[in-house]
Design a protein. Sequence first.
Length: 114
Amino acid sequence: MADCIFCKIANGEIPSQFVYEDDKCVAFRDIEPQAPFHVLIIPKEHIVSAMEIDETNSSIVGHIFTVAAKIAREEGIDKTGFRLVNNCGKDGGQTVGHMHFHMLAKRNLQWPPG
Ligand code: 5GP
Ligand code: ZN
């Protein structure tokens, strides 16, 4: 999608620090990290939010969780753990209209979130 910042990151138009890429998704470091380890995992396809997930495209969500587990093993946080979270819509705190999962780790994350 022409005006989408995450589409531009996914296709390399806007530089970012990739930690993973395959044909369906990319993971890159968040520009304003909220934990010592903070990456965003996004589909390459422009999906606005979790509200656009249906039977035709839901396999990407399972794929993203599989990628998160792979990244966790590579980063050595598979035993210590991490948080994988999706903000959906205004009240969910979503600020970028291209669905993404935050993967946060390497500190003791609190619950509930603010
Ligand atoms: P949201 O608030 O939509 O759940 O998360 C959007 C995230 O994208 C924020 O954590 C923000 O720091 C990150 N972000 C926004 N613009 C950029 C950018 O240009 N590059 C990178 N790497 N992260 C960005
Ligand atoms: Zn997009």
